[in-house]
Design a binder for this molecule. Sequence first.
Ligand code: BTN
Length: 276
Amino acid sequence: MMDDIKNKTCKRQDELTGTIHTKWAGQPVCVYETLDSTNLEAARLAGQGAAHGTVVAARQQTAGKGRRGRSWDSPVGNNLYFSLLLRPEFTPDKAPMVTLVMAVAAARAVQQVADCKVEIKWPNDLVAHGKKLCGILTEMHLCAAQPAIDYVIVGVGVNVGAREFESDLQDKATTLENICGAGIDSMVLLEAVLVEFEGLYEAFVQAGDLQPVLEEYQALLVNLNREVTVLDPKGAYHGVARGITGTGELVVDTEDGERREIYAGEVSVRGIYGYV
Ligand code: BTN
């Protein structure tokens, strides 16, 4: 089943560079030249019975998906586009937390591989020098018969290779090589993300919440104690971000003295002077 799709090669993760071993995350990694979206392909493979831990990566995407129905610009070049298929046993309400676990794993991996300081913009963007480097899109599919998870797909896009952005993205987006220097191998980065994610995910599943990553997440949180604008569909408001709860909501002290816990599915957050 796994080898019948044109232009794809599936490898055990340690075959990619011969150095890194995981138990399940990235066993196998299926690398394609071009896909519409690695999230879409991971969903197709899931429908064919692909295993927990399967990774789909592509060198370019023609219909890369971003959060909130946006697209993710995915040109060919030294960039990382991949999706990890999970088959969790936890209840559907816990799935959004996986995104924050992945944010910590990706931040660790970038810091190791690129030797570059990154921060997290709640809930799951990696930023450096105030610009976005990496986005994460988690999608869940429920079983037909009962309210249980069939599978979860965690899609990660990292801008790696040096590149100029269109004028509308210039102030908001950057790449690892633009800020940390050239020579970053996106497959090495992929392996590092998977190694970090595997350990953090197992701790998260055991705990049932974000407690195992909470301290690290907050230390990386670019919004911490900063003024933010909360773009709530019912009306935008200002406040100061105070950290996250054990289930991933952003805690905001509003201008009128109220403390609110913001669920990422409903709103987005901006710094008062721009993107972070
Ligand atoms: C965001 O909007 O910040 C999330 C972007 C997620 C992009 C990645 S690239 C790999 C995977 N496949 C997709 O189609 N999207 C995700």
